[in-house]
Each structure stands twice: as C-alpha cells, then as structure tokens.
Write a new protein. Structure first.
Lengths: 137, 648
C-alpha cells in the first residue's frame, strides 16, 4: 500500500522501530530525510557570522552521519533505504513528498519545535499523501 | 573534522564519456581503484556496490549519486569522483538521471572513520555552489578541487546586499544634494505662491535632500531586504521625525487612514469569502462546463483571474485560479508554467479593473477623489481590452499545449470544491459579495444623497459589512479579524504613505512634477497645444510607472507619483485627470514585467515552487513578461490618448 515512505528522521528509537515495521509490512522503500533547518537544532543567534557558519556545518555533518548510520541499520534489517537532506522547513516537506513520489510521510512532533509545535496553515490540505505525526514526548 | 583532501586522490577521478549501466560504471571504478592499489578484487567491489544499490538507491538527487561500500580487502578509505558524459538512470530520489558519482570505499576495520567521510562528501555536495562548480568544471580535476575546497565567501560577498544598500543610499544623498538646488521653480503662475518660493531656501533644500534619500533608501531597502520592509519603512519615518522634517500630527494625517481602513475591511471580507469557498466554488463550476477543450479551460481561468483580480484582490484571485489550475494541469497532463504565467498576467491586468482590485487603485481613488463609477468609466474598459490582448498573446505563445488536442477531464475531479462547502453559508457568502459590489459601486451616490464627504460612504459601507461578518461568525469573527487582516502589510502601507506624502510636504514632488512637465513640453515641441503636453505627460507617467513597477514594489512608485500627478493637475493642464489612469495602468500592468513585479507573482511562484520543487528564473520570466507588459502598456497608451479629449 505504501510503496515509498518519507521518514523525516528524529532521535526516537521507538519511532525508528515503527517505521521499520511499517516498511516491512508494506514492502516499502524508506526515504530517510532531514530538513536541515528543522532537524538539526536551531541557529545560535548571538554568535558571529563565521562561528555560526562553523556551527551550521557541524550540525549538517552530524545530520548526514545520522542519516547514513540509519541507512546502514535499515539495510542491515533488509529494508530498502535511501537518504536525502534538504535546506528547508516543515513547509518544504510538501515539495519533497511530491518530488519523490512518497505515499506516506512520518514526521516527529519534535521537528515542529521551531514552529511552537504547530503545523503551518494549509500544510495538511496541500500534502500529496497521508502523514503520521508521532509524539516526541 | 574530516579533511576530504586526505581521501580524494587525483588519480581516482576520471570522466566516463559513455556508459550504459550501473554495472559498467562500477566495473570501471573498481578497475581504477584496483590499479591504484586501494583494493585487490575489483569484481567483488563492483558486485558489492551493485548489491547495495538494490537495497536502496544512492542517488541523492540533483544529478548526483554517492555509492558506498565497506570491503574486507580495501587497504584504506578512498573516494573516487566520476563524471558521466551521458546521464544514467539511477532510480534517484528525485528521479533525475545521474551525471556525477562520488564513490566511497572503506576497509572493514575503519568503519568508524568511514561515516564521517561519507557525511562530509554528502554535506559538501549538498551546497548548491559546490554542486554547480563540480558540474561546470572544465575537467574532472577542477571538479575534485570544487568538492574538496568549497568556495568560502568573503565578508564583503556575504554582506554584499548591505554594502550595495549603503553605497546606493550614499550616492542618492550626494546626487540629491547636487540636483535639487538646480531645479528652480519659476516665480510665476501657480509657482508664484509663498509655499513654492520657499522651496529654494537652504533649510527646505536640506529637507528635500533628506526626504528623497530616505524614501529611495526605503524603496531600495524593500527590494534588497523584503522581509524587513516594515522595519525599513518605520526607520525611515522615525528619521524624518527626529530630523524635524515633519511633526507627529502631520505624519499621522499622511498615513491616509481612510485608505488603510478600506483596505483592512476588504481584507476581512475577502478572507471570509475565501474561507466559505465562494470564489473556488464559482470558478470550479465554470470550469466543469468547459471540460475537454484545453484553450477554453485556460481562457475561463484567465477570465476569472481578471474578474477576481478586479473585484476581490490579486492575491485571492491567483490563489483560487492557480489552485484550480494545478488540478487541471495535472489531470490534462499540461505543464504548469503556461497556466502560472497566463493567470498571473491576467490577475495583474484585472487588478486595474475596479477601485477595489489593488491597493494602488484604492490609494489613487482616495488621493484623486475618484469614485467606483469613475473607475468603471475610465479603468474597466481599458483593463478589459488589455486582458483580451494578453489572453491572445498567451494562447499564441502556448498554442502547442492548448490547441489541436482534446483532453480527458472529468468534472468529478473537482467535486471536492462542492463537498467542502456548506450550502447555507455559500448562499450568504454570495449574497454578501454581491451586496459589497453594489454598495461600493454606488458609494458616490450615497455620499451625495446623505451629504457626506468624498470617500466616507466607501469606508463606511466596507466597515458595515465587516460588522455583519463578525456578528455572523460569532466566536470565529475575532479569529477572522486577527488572522484575516495582514497587519504587517497594513503597517508597511501606513509608513509608506507617510514617507511618500513627506515628499509632497517638502516640495520634492512639486519639483519632479515641474521637471516632467518641462520634459513633456520639450518633447511635444514648441508649437504644441496644452493638450499635446498632457498627452506626452500621460505617456511619460504611464511608461515610467509601468517599467519601474516591474523592478520595485509598485505601491512606493505610485505613492511617490500621486503628489506629482496632483501638482501637474494643479498647474491647469487640460484633461490632466487622465494622468490618474496612466498611473493606475502603469502600476498594475508593470507588475507583469518581472518575478518581483507584484504580490500576485510572488504568491504564484511560491505555490509553484512548493508543488513542483522548481522555480522560474528571473530571465525566463522577463522574456515573456516584457512582451506582455509592452503590449499592455501599448494598449493602455492607445486607449488613454484616444480618450484624452473626454477627460475632465
């Protein structure tokens, strides 16, 4: 039923387990993704420009490492997985889902921390596929 | 931090002019790694890379793939860079064929170091400038250099917009100091009054220099830092107050509160109608009737863009029609761009149709004391004719998508438009919309009947309808007012109007008006009649506002030119009220010139980017936008010059 699952990765172990089980049950491909503006912490505004750049690059490195570590884990469990990271916010998930032809989106509510745990207006109606929002708590 | 230069060796980078499969590419990579002593069993590596591709594509999108494997016989971590002469299907996440491969191989005992290398390669290539440099590099060695040493921007490059801004503002200040004293008004006719004579005094000259510098700084600032437009406009106004150019009372008067109240009321009304689904319902119903004929579908959507642009507002118009165009394009398998551009062009032209279509129309109406009926007489026919011209050009340019084929288009596809609508609310919504149009249309007659000041009924009627809506919606009414009104934009308008009116207050616009009139007289020739001068001034105002509105927000341009037009009318030029319409058409039609020309363009581009993940480049837009704007301004020029003799 869900040929391709777009999973916006989070730290939660139970969530990863759920995605794996869902992927196994539906023989799905999993697209492990990170939106660099939402998935990797927030800007440190009081730092200088160079320092901010260095911190941002470090966060991006960590993001990519997490993604590839997870890819190894999924592949080791026999689940087809690919990775991707984009600069963007929760709003941009719609375009990613559309461009990648995803059938299901899994998003942790912790990814919405920057938006005060609120989805932007018109987010849900404009999605091309269903979404599961998991509780970060 | 991992340094890629330790792992990327020049001898492991190569071009593959032609390859027909992943296997072929992997075999070449494995052979190269074996030749350089990184591995001993090339066949095993090729098989491992292929096996991992089957477990999930390593195509990360944008034409790149990062195949990676851990191999027992690898001697060290190695990174190979391969450019493909022929792009290869890789089942990448964005379905784009791959042109650049970066292959990472690591021995089993260096698993801990392998992930950071892989992450660093991915991070580096995720940067658009690195990716572009790698693709554009003249040879593979330069591509490798771009990946290893990503270009870092200098302080000036990082802050180039701020540097440009400061430079431009300083240049404007100096230029204004040099030019303004040179513009001397003749001490005769209208300019003989004391209020004009004092404009040449040093104090007033300094105020003029400061005012025009701050106003143009605001225009340039909003162009460069759009997100901070309110801050820039507020700072500019604050500077004028501190410098003693205006007092507080005058500043508040210049904010044009009646205009703001009317725009605010219309925002509530339009948002309410949008929420109910009135616009979408009406347009969807019309589309259902013309299914199967692509060009009629486009024309119908364009017609509604014009009408909604004229009677609601340009943003609502584009959101409704482009929203439906997305569905139509998907189901008729037509590219989105023809719909996007055609509908935006139609919306901008349509926004000149009536008084309520565009904030510049509202501002001109209040400044020129023009009624809705004046708009119906002077703006609507020209806007309608121009819309026909624009529709014709769009159909001609995009004829291959809309002619010579019938499409399968099922009306049921759009049924969602009806399912989501509550029939009772829809009825109320449609009736309210018709009442608003009627009340706005007869506002001048109401003012005459009740002996009210000009514009009073226009504001009062809009406020009455807002009152009804808030009562009708009960608890939701408060939310509607809080969220339906774009307070940010309204604040910007208030600050902008005050800044622009200050140009009039200090006499800058009087001088600009005098320069335009002088230029018009010279262009018209020595023996030209006063009406001839008006004709030339009309063309100057129309084309100047049209072209400049394409590159900066049209409201500041119009707000600055409104006092100029007022002054030109005061000089006693015959038929000079035609200049109001020249200004309206210039401001509205000029919005089609570039991507940033109007709010409707930005809203439509935003929706297009969200849905497709692609964008339209500035130069691609301007290529077609220039034709449309040129045609629209020509149509407006012809219309205005033909009617010049009938203008008051």
């Amino acid at each position: 039923m869900f040929k391709k699952i777009l999973y916006v990765v989070s730290e939660k172990q139970e969530e990863k387990q759920m995605v794996k089980e869902l992927a196994r049950a539906h023989s799905s491909d999993v697209l492990l993704s990170a939106m660099l503006a939402i998935g990797c912490g927030h800007e440190v505004s009081h730092e200088g420009a160079t320092r901010r750049r260095v911190l941002r690059e470090d966060r991006e490195r960590k993001c990519w490492q997490d993604l590839y570590r997870l890819e190894e884990e999924f592949k080791a469990d026999g689940i087809k997985a690919s990775v991707m990271a984009r600069e963007g916010d929760v709003d941009d998930i719609q375009a990613v889902a559309h461009n990648t032809g995803s059938d299901l989106i899994i998003l942790s509510s912790s990814s919405l921390a920057g938006d005060n745990y609120r989805l932007p207006d018109e987010f849900i109606p404009s999605l091309p596929c269903p979404i599961i929002i998991t509780n970060a708590a | 931090m991992v340094k890629l230069s330790q792992f990327v060796q020049p001898e492991l980078a190569f071009d593959v002019p032609k390859a027909s499969s992943q296997r072929e590419v992997f075999e070449m990579v494995a052979a190269r790694l074996a030749a350089n002593g990184v591995i001993t069993d090339p066949a095993a590596l090729a098989e491992e890379l292929l096996r991992r591709e089957k477990q999930g594509s390593t195509g990360v999108g944008q034409g790149m793939a990062l195949p990676h494997a851990i191999l027992a016989d690898a001697k060290q971590i190695a990174v190979a860079v391969v450019r493909l002469g022929t792009a290869l299907d890789w089942d990448a996440i964005d379905h784009e064929p791959v042109r650049l491969l970066v292959v990472i191989v690591a021995p089993s005992d260096q698993r801990a170091d392998y992930l950071p290398v892989l992450a660093e390669v991915a991070r580096s290539l995720n940067q658009p400038d690195v990716r572009d440099a790698a693709f554009r590099a003249r040879d593979v060695a330069h591509a490798v250099r771009a990946i290893i040493h990503p270009p870092h921007e200098s302080f000036f490059m990082r802050n180039r917009r701020l540097v440009v801004f400061i430079g431009v503002v300083a240049a404007i200040f100096v230029a204004a100091g040099l030019v303004l004293p040179q513009i001397r008004l003749p001490a005769e006719g209208m300019y003989a009054g004391e209020e004009f004579v004092r404009l040449g005094e040093p104090r007033w000259l300094f105020h003029q220099q400061l005012t025009i510098t701050l106003f143009l700084a605001m225009v340039v600032g909003t162009l460069l830092f759009w997100r901070y437009r309110v801050a820039i406009a507020a700072a500019s106004l604050g500077a004028l107050l501190i410098a003693g150019v205006m007092d507080l009372e005058t500043t508040v008067r210049f904010m044009s509160i009646p205009t703001i109240l009317f725009i605010m009321s219309m925002m509530v009304i339009v948002r309410w109608l949008e929420n109910i689904g009135v616009f979408r319902y009406v347009v969807a119903k019309a589309i259902e009737r013309v299914r199967g004929v692509p060009w009629l579908l486009l024309l119908t959507l364009m017609a509604f863009s014009v009408l909604l642009g004229g009677f609601a507002d340009e943003v609502s118009a584009i959101l409704v029609t482009f929203g439906l165009a997305l569905e139509v394009a998907k189901r008729t398998k037509t590219p989105l761009v023809p719909y996007l551009l055609s509908l935006v062009f139609a919306t901008n032209v349509g926004s000149a149709l009536t008084l309520v279509g565009n904030p510049i129309g509202v501002y001109i109406a209040f400044a020129g004391k023009l009624s809705f009926e004046d708009f119906l007489r002077w703006a609507s026919p020209t806007a309608a004719v121009t819309a026909v011209v624009v529709a014709g050009i769009c159909l001609l340019v995009y004829r291959r998508y809309f002619f010579g084929r019938r499409v399968e288009f099922d009306a049921r596809d759009l049924e969602r438009a009806e399912e989501n609508v509550d029939p009772a609310r829809l009825r109320i919504g449609i009736i309210t919309f018709l009442v608003v149009v009627f009340l706005v249309a007869v506002h001048r007659r109401v003012e005459l009947l009740l002996n009210l000041g000009e514009g009073t009924a226009l504001v009062a009627e809009a406020l009455l309808v807002v009152g009804f809506i808030v009562f009708y919606e009960q608890e939701k009414g408060r939310l509607l007012v809080e969220r339906g009104i774009d307070w940010w934009t309204l604040l910007f308008f208030m600050f902008l109007f005050a800044n622009a009116a200050c140009l009039e207050y200090t006499g800058v616009t009087t001088k600009i008006g005098y320069v335009i009139l002088t230029a018009a007289r010279q262009l018209a020739g020595a023996g030209a009649s006063p009406a001839g001068v008006t004709s030339v001034a009309t063309v100057l105002v129309l084309w100047f506002s049209g072209i400049s509105s394409g590159f900066v927000d049209n409201l500041p341009i119009v707000a600055a030119l409104v006092p100029v037009v007022k002054d030109m009318i005061r000089t006693g030029l015959p038929h000079a009220t035609i200049l109001w319409w020249a200004l309206l058409f210039g401001g509205c039609f000029g919005g089609n010139l570039t991507v940033i020309g109007s709010t409707a363009n930005l809203v439509a581009i935003g929706a297009y980017e969200r849905v497709s993940g692609k964008s339209i480049r500035f130069r691609d837009w301007i290529r077609f936008g220039a034709i449309i704007t040129g045609a629209a301004l020509l149509a407006a020029t012809a219309s205005l010059l033909l009617q010049l003799g009938r203008a008051p």
